[in-house]
Design a protein around this ligand. Structure first.
Ligand SMILES: NC(=O)c1ccc[n+]([C@@H]2O[C@H](COP(=O)([O-])OP(=O)(O)OC[C@H]3O[C@@H](n4cnc5c(N)ncnc54)[C@H](OP(=O)(O)O)[C@@H]3O)[C@@H](O)[C@H]2O)c1
Length: 296
């Protein structure tokens, strides 16, 4: 099918384009109009906050599905500039969803564990009620609601703690710091599910064309703290003699309140008998090996 990807220059968008390309016709779009996945002239310039341009580009491309990855993803930036968070994540999403409905395309919207407050004390499934505690989370939750209201054929895919080859992320930051011999302090009281963009992108590609519209939780399986993730990443990178001190969130103040425990249970996939995501440790091991090999 003919699939357009917004935010195609981003960390997830790049992998989504690659994964879709195996079976579908892919049209990339991003605000800078230049994506690593295709040459500059193959990427459409699209600012999703411009409703006229969004409708014009989507009407011109005539996709059957739009995978909507574009977002303002700087969580602390959203806290400092909530208007920009809502402009991009809520109203920008509204523009994309409305254009999809107008041209008869389905939309697949990437959302986040930050829609939850993290206070449940158990994993969240797709039927738990969101209660975001940050502007980033609120703006993404607003985006979800607009997608549901505006575009009849929609998939909402909530994910968490992403890392991949095509963006700045926690794993590579930690490995670089550890390889410079720095001793590290990492938060140990926030629990989530680290997720490799490649695995999420494969899920997105497999979902294209499915009649099972609705809400999905998609992460790598299992969970850990940021501290455990740092220790495992350093171990997989073969770095020794670096001390990683576990600290509390209160010892690492940031502008944003983050959910303490936001593990996403894949209830929709379990019920459909296709919860085949691998564990976060397996995915991390592949990523670290690839990343180190690419650097050599
Ligand atoms: N990263 C995570 O841990 C995580 C976790 C859960 C969910 N998500 C969701 O996953 C999706 C992809 O995230 P990511 O980590 O791949 O983020 P990313 O690397 O920041 O990619 C987002 C892309 O959207 C583009 N963009 C920003 N504003 C735009 C606009 N007005 N019009 C068009 N494009 C615009 C960005 O361009 P610029 O870089 O030039 O601004 C960037 O290329 C997002 O929806 C995010 O909310 C991410």
């Amino acid at each position: 099918m003919r699939v357009m990807v917004t935010g195609a220059a981003g960390m997830l968008g790049t992998d989504v384009c690659r994964a879709l390309d195996e079976q579908h016709e892919v049209i990339a779009a991003d605000i800078i109009g230049d994506c690593k996945w295709v040459s500059a002239d193959g990427c459409r310039q699209l600012d999703i906050t411009d409703s006229g341009q969004t409708l014009e580009v989507i009407a011109d491309v005539k996709p059957e599905l739009v995978v909507h990855c574009a977002a303002y993803t700087d969580v602390d930036g959203c806290e400092r500039d909530p208007d920009r968070a809502y402009q991009v994540n809520a109203y920008g999403t509204w523009n994309v969803a409305a254009a999809c409905e107008q041209v008869g395309a389905a939309i697949l919207y990437i959302s986040t564990d930050f829609v939850f407050d993290g206070e449940k004390g158990d994993d969240y499934d797709e039927f738990d009620t969101p209660n975001p505690i940050s502007h980033y989370g609120r703006s993404k939750w607003a985006g979800e609601q607009l997608v549901r209201e505006v575009c009849r054929r929609h998939y909402i895919v909530r994910t968490a703690w992403l890392y991949g080859e095509n963006g700045k992320n926690f794993i590579t930051t930690i490995i670089k710091a550890a390889s410079e011999g720095k001793n590290l302090r990492v938060v140990a009281d926030q629990i989530g599910s680290p997720t490799y963009t490649k695995d999420l992108a494969d899920f997105v590609a497999s979902q294209a064309g499915s009649p099972l519209y609705g809400t999905y939780h998609v992460t790598n399986k299992g969970s850990c703290s940021w501290h455990e993730l740092a220790v495992k990443s350093i171990e997989l990178a073969g770095i020794k003699d670096v001390h990683v001190t576990p600290i509390q969130s209160s010892d690492w103040p940031t502008p944003t309140r983050r959910p303490k425990q936001s593990v996403l249970r894949h209830l929709s996939l379990e019920m459909q008998g296709r919860d085949n995501l691998r564990t976060w440790e397996e995915a991390l091991s592949e990523f670290v090996e690839k990343w180190i090999t690419a650097k050599q």
